[in-house]
Ligand binder design. Structure first.
Ligand code: PEP
Ligand code: MG
Length: 886
């Protein structure tokens, strides 16, 4: 199969094969835009390399062929001594992973061709600088040397010269530096820096392939849930130079503001600089608009190209470009990353502009973005001390203790502390620290710097380019306008406004939440709220899944209803037994005979009844699924060890342990090695007489109360942890008896569907039988995941899961997102077999997965009727249920 593609041979839809960068370079080439000629080595070649450790045998010939073509096109040969063709070797995977993989520039320079470049460009300083950059990048990337080796040498050269500015190093200084670098390569690797251009290229290609599995790339993929086996393409592109003088430069641009979504081009430009200088945020850039005065011809051409690209891609594009002596070159474009708010605003703007339809707009936003928009903001009314104002690069409101290194961020976060990572600039090795921190603050770089791009991708609050900030890492302090902030002091950063405050600033709800709460109208003038309203309304129009909530109190139910819940999918009644009521439960457990037991139940019943009145009232007219008690009873008693010690101490002191001794006996009696597999769920109902009946009486009486007030209560009774139809039938008989008694005694009628949870593999396997005794199923995917994988849901997260994620057993915890092949297969089977017995069987899901975007798409596919999730997830679930139909 073909492994190498000329830029003219590909197109934007070939991302999987050519990577995003390669596919889009091809697209731009075919649009007739000024792209420096080059070719792309496919991700297939990378996959072979990753599997076998070497590139496919036929690759060398194909590259030869494409290099020859490129040389012909450019009229010069790779590394040619008098006027060398130089190329960049750049990574580019199907999914964007900013800065996570490697790039080597200026390949083709050696001891001879550097002179040719110097002569031909008429700029020896530039040529030696290019050569020094090549050796530096090659040393780090290909030869695995520490970057410090090179940076320290540059630092020493500058010191010797008595300057702090790279630009003060002249051609001779750089020439000396090159000698220095070559010696360092020899010293650290035992080999010479390769002089043969093609050898440089081949080694660089392998290094780019290998960088797919660098630590930071692996971490980034895990964070962003990117598949581990995609591999990367490699782009070989003829070099153009932005560092040939002040009539050259390099920049990054967006066709709209990626932070707010506002129309209008946006970007950063840096004169006399090469590629990575902008993204690295090493020097401060000027706004793109300034290019108009610097070089109007290039600016006008760029504006025309950006308009063309946006029209072509029908979306916000981001662009990397270079101006070489007044000639504009396009180095990259892609549909650009954007903040959550920008995603909603851009999608609806494009509808208004007639570029896309509303379905497409809904496809372009997602639940994770909506969730981000629901985070609180800083209170504008609160008193605060402003330290400085810089660039709001990724929205959010974050407070935390100042830390200066990623290691410190990780350590503090491990102790549960909130931190803000403060850096001059971040680089890809800071990923750990960025993940651990609440937010990131940098003193250099613009909206397109590494910190900004990565933070936006992760939805992490970021303020960058705070030039007033003097970040002194070794002294562990920041100075800003005469004030000093030490490591460990708390600051707050606003990623929308770019403000940095001393101390912790109180937060207020986001306008999007105010809108969902009904406190802010869709047409109140807030453009973000208007966009959210339009898209969620469209999702509601097209979705088939209902969205219910998991709620145990009237307040939660009421809030969920405001957020759009269409009922309660799970009320965990055991949550009503906590706090002061625990004593009554204790008495029930300790009861020695029927009289004591009935007395304990009699205390609980009116309390439960009150709870149910609240809940059914809050959801009047909507279904309320009430699950009878589920957890093992010892969960309501004090812990064994604590109690044993207490009793032992009392005995030692010669005191009577009294009630504690009785309690201890009960705890010991109820102790189970595997309580999750023990006496819980329907099993409890079947062996503790009167417990289920008490709960059903309370539900029925609550419904009767409301019915008599003219209301429309719609309780549904759910039996947990059923594994066999016999269990369900026994429980059902008891429940039906009680319901009949109460209806008769109260003289009112209503219907109460009785159903079960499907949370044991056996229940899913025998769901055709179980459906005979159930009017509805609710998939309890928390337990179903636990029971299917045999993973203790309470223990794994802190235990071996991080290793499993690292090793790629799964890309995301199966407790977070449904394991489609395993647990999902049981859900599918449960639905099919259940409906084979009872075609009108109502099907829902109430495990945590009910609020997870990817899982919601799965539940839509397998034909469930509703998902149920916590109140705050409801808008997310509505949006994703809509998106699932598109
Ligand atoms: C479940 O198991 O998925 C469920 C919803 O029940 P719980 O989380 O209460 O065990
Ligand atoms: Mg469960």
């Amino acid at each position: 199969p073909k492994l190498v593609y000329d830029f003219a041979e590909g197109n934007k839809d070939m991302k999987e094969l050519l990577g995003g960068k390669g596919a889009n370079l091809a697209e731009m080439t075919n649009l007739g835009l000024p792209v420096p000629p080059g070719f792309t080595i496919s991700a297939d070649a990378c996959k072979v390399f990753l599997k076998t450790g070497s590139v496919p045998a036929e690759l060398a010939d194909e590259i030869d062929h494409h290099v020859a073509e490129l040389e012909q096109k450019m009229g010069k040969k790779l590394g040619q001594a008098d006027d060398p063709l130089l190329v960049s070797v750049r990574s580019g995977a199907a999914v964007s992973m900013p800065g996570m993989m490697e790039t080597v520039l200026n390949v083709g320079l050696n001891d001879d061709s550097v002179n040719g470049l110097a002569h031909h460009s008429g700029n020896p300083r530039f040529a030696w600088d290019a050569y020094r950059r090549l050796i530096q990048m090659f040393g780090k990337t290909v030869l695995g040397m520490e970057g410090d080796v090179f940076e320290d040498a540059i630092e020493a050269a500058k010191q010797a010269k008595g300057t702090k500015n790279d630009l003060d190093l002249d051609a001779n200084d750089l020439k000396a530096l090159v000698e220095n670098f070559k010696a360092a390569v020899h010293e650290h690797t035992g080999r010479e820096f390769p002089q043969e251009p093609r050898a440089q290229m081949d080694l660089a290609i392998e290094a780019v392939f290998g960088s797919w599995n660098s630590g930071r790339a692996i971490l980034y993929r895990r964070q962003e849930r990117i598949a581990t086996d995609l591999g990367t393409g490699v782009n070989i592109c003829s070099m153009v130079f932005g560092n040939l003088g002040m009539d050259s430069g390099t920049g990054v641009a967006f066709t709209r503001d990626p932070a707010s979504g506002q129309p209008g081009v946006y970007g950063d430009y840096l004169q006399n600089a090469q590629g990575e200088d902008v993204v690295a945020g090493i020097r401060n850039t000027v706004p793109l608009a300034d290019l108009e005065t610097i070089d109007k011809t290039s600016y006008d051409e760029l504006m025309a190209i950006m308009a063309k690209l946006e029209g072509h891609y029908r979306d916000l594009c981001d662009i990397e470009f270079t101006v070489e002596r007044g000639k504009l070159w396009m180095l990259q474009t892609r549909v650009g990353k954007r903040t959550a708010g920008a995603a909603f605003r851009i999608a609806t703007s494009l509808v208004d502009e007639g570029v896309i339809d509303i379905d497409e707009a809904l496809r372009r936003v997602n639940g994770a973005q909506l969730a981000q928009l629901m985070f609180p903001r800083f209170d504008s009314e609160a008193g605060k001390e402003l330290l400085t104002k810089a660039i709001g690069a990724s929205p959010g409101a974050a407070s935390g203790k100042v830390v200066f290194t990623s290691a410190a961020a990780v350590e503090a976060a491990g102790k549960g502390e909130k931190v803000i990572l403060v850096r001059r600039e971040t680089n890809p090795d800071d990923l750990h620290g960025m993940i651990a921190a609440q937010g990131v603050l940098t003193s250099r770089g613009g909206k397109t710097s590494h910190a900004a791009v990565v933070a936006r991708g992760m939805g992490k609050t970021c303020v960058c380019g705070a030039e007033d900030l003097d970040v002194n890492v070794s002294a562990g302090k920041i100075t800003v306008k005469g004030k000093t902030v030490e490591a460990g002091e708390v600051i707050s950063i606003d990623g929308t406004t770019g403000e940095v405050f001393l101390g912790e600033v109180p937060v207020v709800p986001s306008p999007v939440v105010e809108y969902f709460e009904g406190k802010l109208a869709a047409d109140s003038g807030d453009e973000l709220v208007a966009a959210v309203h339009r898209l969620i309304s469209h999702a509601d129009d097209v979705r088939r899944l209902d969205v219910r909530t998991n709620a145990d109190t009237g307040d939660d139910a009421a809030r969920a209803r405001r957020f759009g819940a269409q009922g309660i999918g799970l009320c965990r009644t055991e949550h009503m037994f906590l706090g002061e009521r625990r004593e009554a439960v204790e008495r029930l457990i300790l009861a020695e005979d029927a009289t004591e037991r009935d007395a304990a139940l009699a205390v609980l019943e009116p309390l439960q009844r009150g709870d149910f009145v609240e809940l059914l009232d809050a959801m009047d007219g909507l279904p309320v699924t009430i699950r009878l008690i589920d957890p093992p009873l010892h969960e309501f008693l004090p812990p064994l060890t604590e109690l044993a010690v207490k009793v032992a101490l009392a005995k030692e002191r010669g005191e009577d342990p009294g009630r504690d001794a009785t309690l201890l006996a009960a705890v010991e009696r109820l102790h189970e090695q595997n309580p999750m597999l023990g006496l819980r769920g329907v099993r409890l109902g079947l062996v503790i007489p009167g417990l289920f009946a008490m709960q059903v009486r309370a539900i029925a009486a609550a419904a009767a109360d409301l019915k008599k007030q003219g209301k429309d209560p719609r309780p549904e009774i759910m039996i947990p942890l059923v594994g066999a139809v016999q269990e369900l039938q026994l429980a059902r008989d008891e429940v039906e008896g009680v319901l009949r008694d109460i209806a008769e005694a109260e003289g009112v009628e209503w219907s109460t569907p009785i159903g079960t949870m499907i949370e044991l593999p056996r229940a899913a396997l025998t769901s055709d039988q179980i459906a005979e005794a159930a009017e509805f199923f609710s998939f309890g995917t928390n337990d179903l995941t636990q029971m299917t994988w045999g993973f203790s849901r309470d223990d794994v997260e802190g235990s071996f899961f991080s290793r499993y994620l690292e090793k790629g057993v799964f890309a995301v915890s199966p407790f977070e997102s449904i394991d489609r092949e395993g647990v999902g297969a049981l859900v599918r089977m449960g639905a099919e077999r259940g409906r084979s017995t009872r075609p009108d069987l109502k099907l829902g899901v109430c495990g945590e997965h009910g609020g997870d975007p990817d899982s919601i798409h799965f539940f839509h596919e397998v034909g469930l009727d509703y998902v149920s999730c916590s109140p705050f997830r409801i808008p997310v679930a509505r949006l994703e249920a809509g998106r699932a139909t598109l």
